[in-house]
Design a binder for this molecule. Structure first.
Ligand code: NAI
Length: 721
């Protein structure tokens, strides 16, 4: 099926390669090899052309094969060499995509002709690997080290026009690529092939190669944060600059094996399939208003602005509502700036942003304009009384079928729904900041939310190109609920002797983009302060005589409150856990004031300062978060560990090469996670979040059940999930 031969113009043997997400990978390799040998042996064949089937050259190997080394790119390398060593000219006709192994095949060819709309790339790095079929050695020889490094260490796809400029292809055509490739093949018959064999070419020299490589390595390392693949990709390209081709290939294979056994490729593969599983998740019900939403955004603050921008980007008509003209004008201006920026990014693409048309985007302060919309996303201040007041109004004004969504970080969906006459149509849609950038959307159903309301919210997520994850209703839902114990541990570690920069460093080395203290400076310490005041944990509603470091019988750290009382809200005030160059500044510098403040605090509360090592920092923060994840699963708040992982990967900056917190726990081994939690819990008996969850204990008791089987050990699953 994947190989056909024919003679055209009495010269060309055409081999069709179709490796697109191919489960026939081995079969395709075999077919390529057989075809090449046949062409070589047949004196009537004067040239060879390789193309793909169905308008696609090749998207490379099947990602599912990446856990099994035998079926990998390594097997493709000798075939690429075989192509290159052919005594007859071989021309690649690249249509659609030439990615990964597909592009490596094209690099083995003597000539490359691409369709103007084709895209090319070596995306192996994004799944934790490197191009293992000699691509790291051929590409720098063809397009030079800087461009090759950029493509190989980022995995980016480039359009044919750029490929032509880089010299990656010899020709681009607007029409029939195969015919153009055959024309070229005809033309080059008899010409010497030596200069076209990339393995024989030297890597183009740079005047300052050493310095360039050093700088590039620092950059790759800094951006990778513990993710091995970009750095090993760099090393493979570096080998091309230092060694002859054959030795470079050997080095590429060694580095490939290192990546394969590191576990990171498996984590990325897991992350890829976890997201697909979450996407496929569906309720039996149909959405009420699929793809024909008119949406109203209520509140144009930080979140409202991003949500409206995302909706316009998704081509959904929007009515944007504010409480008064002053807020409306401010909000409109901010939304317009965001949309202008988005429109610029989309320039040249097929889709145009139509945001100056009032039929697509309307700004108003008139609540009555909402009576015709299909769906409302409320994004006002995080205050229960205010949200209830707004929902009561919405329930009276909106048409009966309209879905009412609340964008809240933690509030009870049922209580908000109780203010309406249609609790079955009330649902939580928790966007992440900045909402026009972040892909995650937690969809929270309440006690009365109907399955069709859930299906409609899922459809909305799809239309907005977000990753919608359906979860149950509890304080903080899934993401924030797991985050609370993590941040709590980070603050406890400061009480006991650590410093914000030390804790952040450990978690950033683990792979988080920013550690918990940088994160809370960025989000604003006042947000949590307001919430704690609302819960009566601090501020005027705290009962007189409360102990400074205990609340409701549990350990409590007043440190964040003390910072807020001193006006240290983070970046916005120029001071928080760090100091910044000015209010609104972004460069965090460790603050000696904080160090002094912490030691004074320990003196006041007679806490003995102790040295806390990296292992303890990492384990207390991560394992308490993971422990909460097990509690969430046991309560039926989420469908499975993959859902928790997808939330963390897309909304909380969890490093992808570690697969998500629950996958990470499975790689550490549940018995070890349990033993550590037990140890820390014994040392801190007044911290309930360190007490191992019963579900974790059960999974260990049944013999460290593999992640895929975890949910089968639960007797109770939510009826709606
Ligand atoms: P914000 O302070 O930027 O905006 C608040 C909005 O509430 C403004 O549009 C304001 O006009 C409106 N508002 C305030 N009082 C009002 C009243 N009496 N009547 C009508 N409207 C009123 O807040 P932000 O950050 O956009 O948060 C909005 C919601 O999104 C909150 O529930 C928050 O918890 C949630 N959220 C915030 C995230 C963040 O990172 N900022 C992340 C995820 C959710």
């Amino acid at each position: 099926r994947h190989l056909y031969t024919c003679t055209q113009n009495s010269l060309s043997l055409i081999i069709s390669v179709f490796v697109y997400i191919s489960t026939f990978y081995q079969a395709v390799l075999q077919a390529l090899e057989d075809g090449l040998k046949k062409a070589d042996a047949d004196p009537s064949v004067k040239a060879v052309m390789i193309c793909g089937e169905n308008g696609k050259f090749s998207a490379g190997a099947d990602i599912r094969g990446f856990s099994s080394p035998k079926t990998l790119g390594v097997a493709l390398g000798p075939i690429v060499s075989l192509i290159e060593s052919s005594e007859k000219p071989v021309v690649a006709a690249i249509e659609g995509v030439a990615l990964g192994g597909g592009l490596e095949v094209a690099l083995g060819c003597h000539y490359r002709v691409a369709h103007a709309k084709a895209r090319m790339g070596l995306p192996e790095v994004t799944i934790g690997l490197l191009p293992g079929a000699e691509g790291t050695q051929r590409l720098p020889r063809l397009i030079g080290v800087p461009a090759a490094l950029d493509m190989i260490t980022t995995g980016k796809h480039i359009p044919a026009t750029e490929a032509l400029k880089l010299g990656l292809v010899d020709e681009i055509v607007e029409e029939n690529t195969i015919e153009a490739a055959i024309r070229l093949a005809n033309k080059v018959i008899g010409q010497p092939l030596g200069p076209r064999r990339l393995s024989l070419k030297p890597v183009p020299k740079l005047p300052n190669m050493e310095a360039f490589l050093q700088e590039a390595q620092v950059k790759v390392k800094r951006q990778a944060r513990g993710f091995l693949a970009p750095e090993l990709c760099f090393q493979a390209v570096q080998a091309a600059t230092q060694r002859p081709f054959a030795e470079g290939v050997r080095r590429e294979r060694e580095l490939f094996q290192v990546l394969l056994s590191s576990g990171q490729a498996q984590a990325l593969q897991y992350a890829f399939f976890a997201e697909r599983a979450v996407h496929r998740w569906a309720t039996p019900a149909q959405p009420t208003a699929a793809s024909t939403f008119t949406v109203a955004g209520q509140g144009l603050g930080t979140m409202g602005q991003g949500i409206v921008t995302s909706l316009v980007k998704a081509n959904i008509p929007v009515v944007a509502l504010e409480q008064n003209l002053e807020y409306l004008n401010k909000g409109r201006k901010a939304v317009m700036v965001l949309l202008e920026r988005e429109a610029k990014k989309m320039e040249g693409g097929a889709q145009k942003l139509d945001f100056h048309n009032p039929a697509r985007l309307q700004f108003t302060v008139d609540f009555n304009l909402l009576h015709d919309v299909d769906l409302v996303i409320e994004a006002v201040f995080e205050n229960m009384a205010l949200k209830k007041e707004i929902f009561h109004k919405l329930s009276n004004i909106c048409k009966p079928g309209a879905l009412l969504c609340t964008n809240t970080s933690a509030l009870d969906i049922d209580e908000i729904a109780s203010a309406t006459s249609r609790p079955q149509q009330v649902i939580g849609t928790h966007f992440f900041s900045p909402a026009h950038v972040m892909r995650l959307l937690e969809i929270i159903y309440g006690r009365h939310t109907s399955p069709s309301a859930i299906a409609t919210a899922m459809q909305l997520a799809k239309d907005m190109k977000k990753v919608g994850v359906v979860v149950g209703n509890c304080f903080g839902f899934v993401g924030n609920r797991m985050m609370f114990p993590y941040v709590e541990q980070a603050v406890f570690l400061l009480e006991e002797g650590s410093r914000p920069e030390a804790v952040d460093q450990v978690l950033e080395d683990f792979g988080f983009k920013i550690g918990p203290f940088r994160m809370s400076d960025l989000a604003g310490l006042d947000v949590g302060w307001r919430s704690r005041k609302g819960q009566g944990l601090t501020g005027p509603s705290l009962p007189a005589g409360s102990s400074a470091r205990q609340r409701r019988g549990q350990r409590y750290s007043p440190l964040p409150d003390l910072l807020c009382e001193r006006g240290r809200f983070g970046q916005k005030t120029g001071k928080g856990w760090y100091q910044y160059e000015r209010a609104g500044g972004r460069t965090a510098t460790p603050d000696p004031w904080i160090h002094g403040f912490l030691s004074q605090y320990r003196d006041t509360h007679r806490i003995e300062t102790r040295y806390i090592d990296q292992e303890e920092i990492l384990e207390r923060c991560l394992f308490s978060l993971i422990n909460e994840g097990f509690a969430i699963l046991a309560e039926g708040i989420a469908s499975g560990p993959e859902h928790l992982d997808v939330i963390y990967l897309n909304g909380y900056g969890w490093p992808k090469h570690r697969g998500g917190p629950m996958f990470y726990a499975s790689t550490v081994g549940l018995p070890r996670v349990l033993a550590k939690l037990q140890k820390y819990s014994e040392a801190h008996p007044d911290v309930p979040k360190l007490r191992p969850s019963a579900f974790l204990k059960k999974l260990v008791a049944v013999g460290n059940a593999p992640l895929k089987e975890w949910m089968s050990y639960l007797s109770r699953q939510s009826p709606k999930l």
